[in-house]
Write a protein that binds this ligand. Structure first.
Ligand SMILES: NC(=O)c1ccc[n+]([C@@H]2O[C@H](COP(=O)([O-])OP(=O)(O)OC[C@H]3O[C@@H](n4cnc5c(N)ncnc54)[C@H](OP(=O)(O)O)[C@@H]3O)[C@@H](O)[C@H]2O)c1
Length: 235
């Protein structure tokens, strides 16, 4: 089994890798990092430095990995050192919006484009993107966080569209968007205060939820937006 985890130095990405190494000890895992040098090493784990917002980086990585069974994109951003997510449209900033789109939306499109051939070599493959429930248009009751919400809503549309195209081109592939629930990480840190302790998941719990879910999914489930508890979310 050949797996690629993009964002392997992130809290959720690393937990997915560690959980996979436990439950699939023979799996060959490739993972990407960007700013942070990976600290975690394992004989079945191969690190690649990659800025997944750049098409030439994704293309070069795809050339090195011609056969894959599972691709999981765990890259994302919610805030920067200069900007917190917006509470009002008055805080909207073009550069912050573009950074959200560039990190949260664009990479999954580039990954799908360049790893389609690798996923085609597998008799049962998975293309998973970590999205967020706040990207659901129907579920949006609170407002706020307009750049992040918009980038995840656009991501969701991209995933749904790819899943429809691949129903005929990659009939053995299951394409899903996954909502991890609020998970302790640098991304969620500034927003954990109002989260009930039992609703703040450890990255390893979130990774277990995802991998347990994947074990139950077949290509018939392609095109779903699924929560950590296995429930389907409205797009
Ligand atoms: N945590 C939550 O509560 C929560 C809730 C809903 C959805 N999510 C989603 O879950 C995903 C993972 O989040 P997390 O909580 O694990 O965040 P995190 O710990 O902050 O990790 C973010 C990851 O993104 C990578 N990254 C950022 N920009 C990149 C780029 N240009 N190229 C390559 N890698 C890049 C980082 O790599 P380097 O550090 O090496 O740069 C890091 O691995 C995100 O999509 C997030 O939106 C999280």
């Amino acid at each position: 089994m050949n797996v690629l985890v993009l964002g392997g130095t992130g809290s959720i990405g690393l937990a997915i890798i560690q959980q996979l190494l436990l439950i699939k000890p023979h799996a060959n895992i490739h993972a990407t990092f960007f700013h942070h040098q990976p600290q975690y090493q394992h004989s079945h784990l191969h690190w690649h430095q990659c800025d997944i917002t750049l098409e030439n980086h994704i293309k070069a990585l795809a050339k090195q990995l011609p056969r894959l069974d599972v691709v999981i994109n765990a890259v994302g951003m919610l805030h920067t050192t200069e900007h917190q997510p917006e509470k009002s449209i008055q805080q909207f900033d073009t550069n912050f919006f573009q950074a959200n789109i560039q990190t949260n939306t664009l990479p999954s499109l580039l990954i799908a484009k360049h790893f389609m051939a690798a996923l085609k070599t597998s008799s049962r493959s998975y293309f998973v993107t970590i999205s967020a429930k706040v990207g659901s248009i129907e579920d949006n009751r609170l407002g706020g966080w307009i750049s992040y919400r918009s980038s995840k809503a656009a991501l969701n549309m991209a995933i749904k569209t790819i899943s429809i195209e691949w129903r005929t081109k990659l009939p053995h592939c299951c394409v899903i968007a996954f909502h991890p629930g609020t998970t302790a990480s640098p991304l969620s840190k500034p927003f954990q205060r109002n989260v009930a302790p039992h609703k703040l998941f450890t990255p390893s719990y979130t990774a277990q939820c995802l991998l347990n879910l994947l074990a139950t999914l077949t290509p018939q489930d392609t095109g779903k937006f699924l929560s950590y508890d296995g429930n389907a979310l409205p797009w």
